[in-house]
Write a protein that binds this ligand. Sequence first.
Ligand code: PEP
Length: 249
Amino acid sequence: MVGNWKMHGRMGDNATLLTEVAAGASALQKGVRVGVCVPCPYLAQSQALLSGSVVQWGIQDVSAHAGGAFTGEVAAEMAADFGVTYAIVGHSERRAYHRESPETVASKAQRAIEAGLTPIVCVGESLEEREAGTTEQIIGTQLDAVLLVLTEEQAAGIVVAYEPVWAIGTGKTARPGQAQDVHAFLRHKLLAKGASVANVPVLYGGSVKPENAEELFGQKDIDGGLIGGASLKSKDFLAICRAAQIVMH
Ligand code: PEP
């Protein structure tokens, strides 16, 4: 279960949220892994408050470059200095607002791996693309670009998140069966890269709430969740984590 705080949080509120999440997560079974991806300025705070807890922390994006004259960007190696485990790459908000191409996202995943981070590669289709029947083509292209630049061993170490763009922050959730169909398609693509790659966790993201979490995570190929809005409230985020524990497969 990975929380994506997006551009939310302030020092004081974060301290409460991180402490509550760490305390709640300690009561979960070991098989449920929990992480939070926070805004860059709060990586040090996350490291200070989460070190020694069961909760890992991550960054929401990394540069496609290893370093150099790229004002405002953050290199994966810099995030690694703060004990970061996860790096979200290719979130739909970055693909849409920053025009990140599948190739750019692939470079970001590579930089994350080189720095010892686990990239969480987000893929997803817009409503227009779904209605045009091009969901598999769109997310297939997005995932293929990443798999193309990675070795089988590297690919086996990534995490994939299916996030239908029309379900992010909208309150609209994909029906569990609808999400399962896409997850099965993604699993098939991962398997084509190698047997070990088929075990990559495939998370679902898009308006996951305590009320719908159990049914979504009960699907065969849904291994966890990338949680936006609901990860900002410890009560909701932990309730979602507990739902995952109930249906863990
Ligand atoms: C996200 O931003 O990754 C996300 C899934 O957001 P939300 O849960 O708010 O839809």
